[in-house]
Design a protein around this ligand. Structure first.
Ligand code: NAD
Length: 465
């Protein structure tokens, strides 16, 4: 097949242009995007050296500039994220980015700790780790990059991202935007960066690079396992399958509303979103009725549920990726159900062994499983969470039930009587994180996660009292 001469000329021009741009740039003009991992790392190393000699006040100004840039570019980047990845909802991406820009802690998170006593003074400070390699997911390309960048820079680090290749355009645009904000606010160029075309091979180079001292993987179990095997300090934020348990003491109408809102945000692609409902039989009919009454939930008949299952679950019992993150209208439309715009979720009654109870579906199709009592519910919810130790939810007014469930399931996030997103700070107390480190135990990450502790001891009586 002969390639059109014009195309060849255009390609050559573009490659030469990029090469010239990267090789000849003066650091001040760097965009944060590079042709090779090596370049990104070298820029990051230099930038981090400059960052740690800046005052904390100046560092705080860089964080403020990043927050503002994320907000200023929110509409454009949210639209691009939906367009490029075909996952989630524009209005929810907007919320995700506002949340990350405003509720990711900054330099205040690394305040020092001091102890004074008969033997003098001990000062504990949280120092940077250096250059961090961060692998980011397709599901939240903007939120994760905003959240990670603020946390990592606030702690005095530089970061080289390797975003998901299928969210390349959005992720690199986000990195470029934050990078520009840092430079405009007087920060060093190269502090955050990435290769222009991230791939699995560039991910490997980031993981293995000797000048990268910490790795952070936000994604499924395989990538978390990869960074944990790297021999470097690694933070693993892996998959979840959050069960929501409703007992007979719950405020059922409120529970129904919370579950619909939590499960349908961003078409269920948040790792924290409710993925299956487990409900005590006595209140199951009311819960389903109230979920329908929200006007946003369609109850599938058993026949429709069987057709949808055959569509979204492959014969190998895997989730069909074509339907991840799609609107409920698109998915149900495939079996001839025509839903109005107001619908956000479809539910169906499922037996305990239904694949969608066990798989992380990440789409607005949710099974509802009946159990005879709360004890059976707790035991079953623990099984379906599968040891991810990620997120679980309960609707109940019985404190003993809630305590028993929280103790049994051992998740990083446990939300009581609210939608799942309250657990990441959206309408709930506490900071936000889009890297929730269950497997390695750091929980909702923040600047302090990306530090190393350093102690300074002054012996003898250095006290003012
Ligand atoms: P993914 O695991 O496919 O990809 C995540 C990142 O890892 C991407 O950058 C990808 O390129 C990279 N990657 C994947 N396999 C790799 C390998 N073998 N070597 C090197 N790099 C590799 O995940 P995804 O589909 O982008 O995101 C959805 C998944 O992430 C879900 O399971 C969700 O629960 C999870 N997630 C978890 C959190 C959390 O905070 N715990 C947050 C968001 C998403």
């Amino acid at each position: 097949m002969a390639l059109d001469q014009e195309i060849i000329t255009e390609l050559v021009k573009r490659v030469l242009g990029e090469l010239a741009e990267e090789r000849n740039v003066r650091p001040k003009e760097s965009s944060g995007l590079h042709l090779a991992v090596e370049d990104a790392v070298e820029h990051a190393v230099e930038a981090q050296k400059s960052l740690i000699v800046m005052s904390l006040d100046s560092r705080a100004k860089l964080i403020a500039a990043m927050r503002q840039a994320a907000l200023d570019n929110n509409e454009e980047l949210s639209a691009l994220a939906v367009q490029e990845t075909q996952l989630g909802r524009y209005e929810d991406k907007i919320k995700e980015n506002i949340l990350c820009a405003t509720k990711t802690p900054g330099t205040e998170d690394i305040g020092p700790m001091a102890l004074s006593g008969d033997d003098g003074l001990m000062l504990l400070e949280y120092g940077p780790v250096g250059v961090i390699g961060a692998l980011t997911p397709i599901t939240n390309p903007t939120g994760t990059i905003i959240n990670n960048s603020i946390s990592m820079v606030a702690a005095g680090n530089a970061v080289v991202f390797n975003p998901h290749p299928n969210a390349r355009e959005t992720s690199t645009r986000m990195i470029r935007t934050l990078h520009q904000a840092i430079v405009d606010a007087g920060g060093p160029p190269g502090l955050i960066g990435a290769v222009r075309k991230p791939t699995l091979d560039t991910a490997r180079q980031v993981i293995e690079h000797p000048k990268i001292s910490m790795l952070v993987a936000t994604g499924g179990k395989p990538v978390v396992d990869v960074v944990l095997r790297s021999g470097k300090k690694a933070i693993g934020a892996g998959a979840g399958n959050p069960p929501v348990l409703v007992d007979e003491t719950a405020q059922i109408r409120k529970a129904a509303h919370c579950i619909v809102d939590g499960a349908s945000i961003n078409n269920n692609i948040f790792c924290t979103s409710e993925k299956e409902v487990i409900v005590v039989d006595e209140v199951a009919n009311s819960l389903i009725k109230f979920m329908q009454e929200t006007g946003k939930t369609y109850l599938l008949t058993p026949e429709e549920a069987a057709k949808i299952t055959a569509l979204v679950v492959t014969p190998e019992r895997k989730i069909n990726p074509s339907y991840i993150g799609k609107n409920v209208q698109v998915i149900l439309g495939e079996i001839g159900i025509d839903l109005g715009e107001e619908y956000r979720l479809a539910i169906f009654e499922a037996p305990k062994d239904h694949p969608l109870v066990w798989l992380e579906q990440m789409m607005p199709i949710m099974p509802v499983v009946r159990v005879k009592d709360v004890q059976e519910g707790i035991q079953f919810a623990v099984e379906v969470e599968q040891g991810n130790r990620h997120t679980a939810l309960m609707h109940s007014t019985n404190v003993e039930h809630m305590t028993a469930f929280a103790r049994a399931i051992q998740t990083t996030i446990f939300v009581k009587n609210g939608p799942s997103y309250a657990g990441i700070g959206l309408g709930g107390e506490g900071h936000t994180a889009f890297t929730i480190a269950g497997p390695t135990g750091e929980g909702l990450t923040s600047a302090r996660t990306y530090t190393r502790q350093r102690r300074c001891t002054l012996v003898e009586s250095f006290r003012i009292i």
